[in-house]
Structures are given as C-alpha cells and as structure tokens.
Ligand binder design. Structure first.
Ligand SMILES: [Zn+2]
Length: 409
C-alpha cells in the first residue's frame, strides 16, 4: 500500500487544554494514520512538504442547511418571519432536481474550500433533493450526515408531508445511504416543534430508533418561537419535554441552539445523552440570544459547533470560532477542541476522527498563517490569531481520509 508522509506543524487537540504537536504524520493509502512523530519517520513514503504550514484536524460543522446556501445575509430579527419570507421560498426551489443538483454540488465544494471535512446537514423537505444531496456528498468525498427536513403544519403546503409519507421517505433514502462507505449517514430531521405535530415527531423518532439513525432538530432558539410551542402543546410544560414525549431525545440526537433553557431542561437533555450544536454566528445574526456555555457544561452537556448557514452567514468555521469566543470567553485551545473533538464526540465518531492518533482516519486542514502569524510563533498566539482573524483564505488544502479534496486536482 502506498504511504504518504505529511510534514508540517501538526497540532492535535487532546482536551480543552492540551495540544499535542508533531512534525510528521504518516498516512496509509486507505487514509489510516500509521505514525505521528517529531523525528524523521522510519517508514518510507512520498513526502508531502507543508513545512511552512499548520496542519489541524478537519473542521466539523454539526449544523448547516444545504437549501439555504444562497440565502445568507438576509437580515431579519424574527426567526419565524425570516423562515416565511426567505427560507420557505428558497427550499421550495429544491423540488427542481436540476437546481438541487447544482446547489448540492456547489455547497459541498464550498464546505471543503472552507476546511470543513464533516458536515451535519439539513436537506430540503423533498425526498428527491435529499437523495441528490447524498449523491453529491458521495462524489465530493466529504464526510456527512444528511436528512430530509420534515414538517406537517405551519408552513407552505408544498413543503408539508404526512407522517406516513415521512416514514416511507426516511426508510427509502436511509436504506441506500446510512453507513455508505462508512462516511455518509442519515439523520431523521423534524424541522422544529412549531412545524411538526406530535404524531409526525413520534413516528420519526420510532423510525430513527428502528434503523439506528441520527436525529437532528432545533430547540429553544428564540423567545417568540418558544411561546408558539407553548400554544401548540399546552399540556407539556417545556419545549424540551415536547421532544422527550415524542421520543426524539437520544444519544444520537443533536439539537441546535438550546439557548433559553431551564435547568430542568438541561438536566433532561444530559440524562438522555443528547448533544448540543452551538451556533453563535446564527444566534448573533438573528438576535436570538447568547447560549450560556458555562451553564450547559455545569450539567455536563456535550457541545459542538455549527455554522447554521443561512441564519449563520459564514461557512468558515474559523469565523464561527470568533463568534463563539464573543459569546463565551474561552481559550483558543478550547475553541479548537470544540470544533474538532467536540464535533467528533457529537457524532460518536471520536474513535475515528476529531484529532490525530495512530489508527484514526486522516481528516485534516492545511492552513497558511501569513500575514496573520508566522509558523514558528507560540502555539497559543497562532491559535488566537486564527480564531479571531482567520477565514477560508487561510485554508490551502483539505483532506478527508488521506485524500486531497480541495483544491481539486
Ligand atoms: Zn438551523
């Protein structure tokens, strides 16, 4: 088997405070890491020289909407208004397969250009467009978890589905793609409690459980949204309990935002092992509020980061890191840990990706630091510069499983 030796300043985030540094990473053709060292490796192979560059574990975006890709920066400070005005019409366009294909292709290429190696993606409410999203994700080489958005009320007729049809669509697409190449996975994706009946959510949860699929949805993003949920489910005390009654909260569930929670809700999420995708850029953009990281961590909730395009304006997770820092003061080490290992843990993939260890799969980003910093600067200074000033212009190459996916060759 062919072997490649990557040479560069290689950083791996072991914990929110520990960074390991290496000079060489030896990768087998199948993408496995064979060796990490500071000395010239014993194994022989083709040397890929990134001596002047930083090599970091691939960025993991645990919350992003494919059909909203072209809707960034449409300002509005009411989530429900913004959905109706810009997002529902944009998602309707995905009934056109040709359009869906073009958008999906551009979307995954753009993620790779930004250094994102794994993305957790909401498709549109169309089965066909979701199928196309999987096909284009497969071709691009990216790692992805994708799901068809489900809604059966409070939206335009064209975007609604019946619980029966939803179950059928999930089964059909998941049977083809869940676990494909051990790189693509299916997520059951009820949009949020405002647009789903209890019956739809229950059947979605049941199907996810049967087929061992991921689940993703939105939780407690804005105060106005929470009030609507209260009106729709008057017998259930909290938003989080609505999902719990439906059976949607599990260890394979990622909820986005989770900003306005009571401690009781935090405790419940922690008990179910549910993960939180923190999307600070989106929260600032829609004026949703600021998630309190310290409180979430007090309940040992697992946090990862999401761009939430298009409520979040940036595909670059480096820009999302800056906003994460503005939302909650944290060290750059911790921010990069949340971005890499935090994402891997949200997906239960920490044994395979998230940092560099022998036996793991080589997903990584090569970054140019000039003119922000110089390659020999202190680690914390470099990370701080990247966190506050970095964006996709710093990314010079993106690799998934040892394959260079960007720039395309
Ligand atoms: Zn979202």
């Amino acid at each position: 088997m062919r072997i490649r030796i990557y040479k560069g300043r290689i950083l791996s985030f072991e914990s929110p405070s520990t960074v390991n540094e290496y000079r060489y990473m030896v990768v087998r053709e199948d993408g496995r890491i064979l060796e990490l060292s500071n000395e010239i490796p014993v194994r022989k192979g083709e040397v890929v020289d990134y001596s002047d560059y930083l090599i970091l574990p691939g960025f993991i975006d645990t919350h992003i909407h494919l059909p909203q890709f072209y809707q960034r920066a449409k300002i509005n400070n009411s989530l429900l208004d913004w959905l109706e005005k810009y997002i529902f019409p944009a998602e309707m366009k995905f009934s056109d397969s040709e359009f869906a294909r073009k958008a999906s292709k551009e979307f995954f290429a753009e993620l790779l250009r930004n250094g994102t190696t794994t993305a957790v993606v909401y498709s549109s409410p169309h089965k066909e467009a979701t199928e196309i999203a999987f096909q284009e994700a497969e071709k691009s080489g990216i790692r992805a978890v994708i799901g068809q958005v489900l809604m059966d009320r409070n939206g335009p007729e064209e975007l609604l589905i019946t619980p029966e049809k939803a179950t059928k669509d999930i089964r059909e697409v998941a049977s083809r793609w869940h676990g494909s190449d051990d790189r693509l996975f299916y997520a059951v994706t009820p949009r949020f409690a405002v647009s789903c009946t209890m019956e739809l959510m229950k059947r979605a949860a049941q199907t996810a459980k049967e087929l061992d699929l991921y689940i993703q949805t939105h939780l407690s993003e804005q105060v106005g949204e929470i009030e609507v949920v209260k009106q729709l489910f008057p017998d259930i005390p909290t938003y989080t309990e609505v999902y719990d009654r439906a059976g949607l909260l599990s260890e394979k569930t990622i909820v986005a935002h989770a900003i306005h929670l009571s401690d009781y809700e935090r405790e419940l999420l922690a008990k179910r092992g549910t993960k939180i995708a923190h999307c600070p850029s989106s929260n600032f953009f829609l004026h949703s509020g600021v998630m309190n990281l310290r409180k979430q961590e007090k309940f040992e909730l697992k946090i990862s980061l999401g761009s939430d395009v298009a409520a979040g304006p940036f595909l670059s997770m480096l820009e999302v890191l800056r906003d994460a820092y503005y939302a909650n003061a944290m060290t750059p080490r911790k921010a990069f840990y949340l971005l890499t290992m935090g994402g891997a843990k949200a997906l239960g993939m920490e044994d395979r990706i998230g940092n560099f260890e022998v036996g793991k799969e080589a997903d990584f980003v090569v970054l140019e630091l000039e003119p922000l910093a110089s390659i020999n600067d202190d680690i914390d200074e470099i990370l701080s510069k990247l966190m506050i000033l970095g964006d996709e212009r710093n990314v010079i190459a993106t690799y998934v499983r040892g394959h260079a996916l960007w720039p395309q060759r």
